[in-house]
Design a protein around this ligand. Structure first.
Ligand code: SAM
Length: 510
């Protein structure tokens, strides 16, 4: 099978993009190339003319553009309904207040999984390649991943959940699509002792997660060396099984996927006031938030090992992504892959791992030369908006002699700097960096200006994303690099991070 690119995957909300050409262009670049909406974004005018039920939600701006009110739950739900019907032939509904998925975004995750499965990173142990089988952890009332995965790619699914409303509505959504119903089984994730004890006797003594404290100090669920499903403390914390005890004895899957409850509680959910995608506390929150939830998936994967070729999950916070990746290294997975899903002004990550031995060579968990760097500003003081942070980035680089162009509608600053300017940015002391870990770091000092080559320059784009109230993500992407030594971009970006943390997050200095 041909290997497909694993990199260019992310999401977006095409419909809400106003009409600005540059904005469309940028966001198009962030959608998966096989996403149905990559070239043809939803056309509200056409949908309104075809579906009378959608018409009342569509209005037209002065320049004639068809729009909907993203803060109206009924409008977003009706849009999802007509998109699923029109583009995928799926009959779909959810009750008021349940989490309403955005079809283009959710499709990106499906296509990323498709890339993983068809890549040759790990050998394909599924000899019956036509029959791909997935497990959707927390399928929700909307059952979106099984519905999309089965209709787009013919995959079969087990979709699990714990709440009655999710289980009932997921079943209803499956039954209302007889052409897909054979492919989707909805399963309750509750602690059935008989199922759980079937799996207790395997090699779980290898489980070695020491999760007493996370890097940001949160207490985490613990996992003993011989985790017993019934007595596991994290089990009690979260109250439900996730994979172990839900996956039946002898069952195998090509992958699992999960859009986890991201938050500790609904207050922290800080739901985006610009959109109304619903979401009850059972859907959005769990004790310990996504970190605890995904840690539980990791624990279960250590028990179930090669019952799944790929384990995957969405991750909402970068600090959690880093923490979870370090846990994966500790438990001895063979491969870790990540991707970024950009959704409007929000960034999420995809995390994938496997216990199957790599087909050719080990895939390094971290890449030495990064062309994309990002950091999170957390606890940003109220008076500072994303625009303040963006303007600060502009003046940070301009003051140090770089040329900058701020684009307020895209929330980006394009920066171009010579290597001398880069030196001025990161070289606050007479630092001499040496090569470490095989990484080609720059050797330099303040007075290197006189000897440095003159035609070296780097262009990169800094983008600011609002994650939730008080939390911003700052991302830098190299656009061009001529004769700039490896490591310079990282040093410049680290300096920006240190300065911004001091400026905007006074309560949480680096
Ligand atoms: C953020 S929602 C995701 C729903 C849907 N997959 C989507 O992407 O819109 C998380 C879901 O996980 C479910 N959930 C919470 N704990 C669970 C568990 N232990 N096993 C399975 N599902 C669980 C919640 O009820 C909720 O439906």
């Amino acid at each position: 099978m041909k290997s497909l690119p694993l990199k260019a995957v992310s999401g977006f909300e095409r419909g809400r993009m106003g009409g600005k050409k540059r904005k469309r262009k940028t966001e198009r670049a962030s959608i998966h190339p096989r996403n149905k909406y990559a070239e043809n974004p939803p056309d509200f005018r056409q949908l309104a003319s075809l579906y009378a039920s959608f018409q009342p939600y569509v209005f037209y701006s002065a320049d004639g553009k068809a729009k909907i009110d993203w803060t109206d739950f009924n409008a977003t739900r009706e849009l999802t309904r007509v998109l699923l019907l029109h583009d995928h032939g799926i009959s779909w509904w959810i009750p008021d207040g349940q989490l309403c998925p955005t079809v283009p975004n959710r499709s990106n995750y499906i296509h990323w999984v498709e890339d993983l499965l068809s890549s040759d990173i790990i050998p394909n142990t599924n000899l019956d390649r036509e029959n791909v089988r997935g497990f959707d952890i927390g399928t929700g009332a909307n059952c979106i991943y099984p519905l999309l995965g089965s209709s787009l790619l013919g995959w079969s699914f087990v979709g699990s959940d714990v709440t009655d409303v999710a289980l009932e509505w997921a079943e209803t959504n499956v039954k209302n699509n007889p052409h897909l119903s054979e492919l989707i089984e909805i399963r309750k994730a509750t602690g059935e002792e008989t199922q759980a004890s079937n799996i207790v006797d395997d090699d779980r003594s290898l489980v070695a997660l020491d999760t007493s404290k996370s890097e940001d100090g949160d207490a985490l669920p613990s996992c003993s060396h011989t985790r017993d499903v019934q007595s596991d403390s994290s089990q009690k914390n979260l109250g439900h099984l996730i994979l172990v005890g839900v996956v039946k004895d002898g069952e195998t899957f090509d992958f699992c996927m999960c859009n986890p409850p991201f938050f500790d509680d609904m207050e922290k959910a800080g739901l985006n006031p610009k959109t109304a995608c619903g979401g009850t506390s059972a859907e959005m929150a769990c004790p310990g938030g996504e970190k605890a939830f995904i840690l539980r998936i990791i624990e279960d994967s250590v028990v179930l090992k090669q019952s799944f070729r790929w384990y995957t999950s969405m991750v909402g916070r970068k600090v959690n992504l880093k923490f979870l990746m370090s846990k994966l290294r500790e438990v001895g997975v063979t491969v870790v892959k990540t991707t970024e899903f950009v959704q409007g002004q929000t960034c999420r990550w995809g995390l994938a791992w496997s216990f199957v031995a790599p087909a050719k060579k080990m895939i390094p968990i971290s890449v030495s030369e990064k062309s994309v760097m990002s950091f999170m500003l957390e606890g940003v003081q109220r008076q500072f908006s994303a625009m303040h942070v963006l303007q600060y980035a502009e003046s940070f680089f301009t003051d140090r002699g770089a040329s900058c162009k701020l684009n307020a509608s895209l929330f980006t600053v394009d920066v171009t700097a010579s290597d001398l300017r880069c030196n001025a940015i990161y070289n606050t002391n007479d630092t001499v960096l040496t090569k470490s870990d095989g990484e080609d770091l720059l050797e330099t000092s303040k007075n290197s200006e006189s000897t440095a080559p003159t035609l070296s320059r780097i262009s990169f784009c800094v983008c600011v994303f609002q994650q939730s109230p008080g939390t911003l993500l700052v991302r830098g992407t190299i656009q061009q690099k001529d004769n700039i030594p490896s490591g310079v971009f990282s040093l410049v970006f680290q300096q920006l991070e240190a300065t911004m943390q001091g400026k905007f997050c006074k309560m949480k200095p680096l």
